[in-house]
Design a protein around this ligand. Structure first.
Ligand code: DHB
Ligand code: FE
Length: 283
């Protein structure tokens, strides 16, 4: 049977990807963040999954704002890297796992999550930057297959934190009921506090972020109980992306081991973070 071996929560800021693509990770601005990634990257390189389920949001690159599914899942055997205006990032296209996608779709729909099934999907920074955080030098191919799981965090009414956490729990059950013997990693992407537009553009809230970084391991129920308004007030309008960390958390065991975390301000307009959790019961 399939097993979730680890969960990774990580920011997906486009300029983190651009720093890697343009060889700037050692400069004064970026070095502290990339140094912070190193222990997590080393551990993940020693614990390679066969497939990663990446919970992310499209930023109106593949999905037009005309049609916004609340929850969706990629069904394809390949996802092209999206052109977000400067040409696609110079990273490999993403190989899918249609058999696992179909299993997850079926199980999630049966569990009451009416997922939209997407056959054709170009993946934007929301997915490719987390892959680069995991694997900075993929060469010709990423080291694992990927199933994209999309959450609407852009357009009101977004799903609640509680619903995202429940989706994660159903996702965990669906993975564990998959008969192929595959090792799975689950990524929760986005955050931490940030707001890109409006009067509060530039908002960063370290106190909220530190609380969230702690409770994502120890008390996810508390985070699931916060309202949409709580998130947007305390973490900013785009900080709402943090509900995707809760989806990842829901797929993990109650008891998990923190391997490493980093919190760094600023990365572009965000408080950037990474938190890596070992999900294996024996460890
Ligand atoms: C930035 C952050 C995001 O989460 C995003 O999707 C786009 C841009 C930023 O801070 O630049
Ligand atoms: Fe984003």
């Amino acid at each position: 049977m399939a097993e979730v071996i680890w969960g990774l929560a990580t920011s997906h800021v486009p300029s983190i990807g651009a720093a890697m693509d343009n060889g700037k990770t050692d400069n004064e601005y970026w070095k502290p963040l990339f140094d912070g990634y190193r222990p997590a990257r080393e551990w993940m390189a020693q614990h390679r999954p066969d497939v990663a389920i990446i919970v992310y949001n499209d930023h109106a690159n593949a999905l037009d704002i005309d049609m916004v599914p609340t929850f969706a899942i990629g069904m394809a055997d390949k996802y092209r890297v999206a052109d977000e205006g400067f040409g696609p990032r110079p990273v490999p296209d993403v190989v899918g796992d249609p058999d696992l996608s179909f299993h997850l779709l079926q199980q999630l729909v049966d569990a009451g999550f009416d997922m939209t099934a997407i056959q054709n999907l170009d993946v934007d920074h929301g997915l490719t930057v987390p892959l680069s955080v995991y694997c900075p030098e993929p060469g010709d191919a990423w080291p694992c297959a990927v199933v994209p799981l999309l959450v609407n965090v852009l357009q009101y009414p977004q799903p609640t934190a509680a619903r995202c956490y429940e989706l994660g729990k159903a996702l965990g059950e669906a993975i564990r009921s998959y008969e192929r013997d595959v090792k799975v990693a689950v990524f929760g992407t986005g955050g931490m506090s940030h707001q890109l537009a409006g009067e509060r553009a530039g908002l960063i809230n370290p106190e909220f972020d530190r609380m969230f970084l702690d409770k994502i391991q120890t008390d996810p129920e508390y985070l699931a109980g916060l309202t949409r308004e709580d998130y947007i007030r305390d973490a900013g309008s785009e900080g709402f992306e943090l509900v995707m960390w809760l989806t990842m958390r829901g797929a993990l065991n109650e008891q998990i081991t923190r391997i490493h975390d980093v919190y760094h301000v600023p990365a572009s307009n965000t408080a950037a973070a990474l938190a890596l959790f070992d999900n294996r019961a024996e460890s």
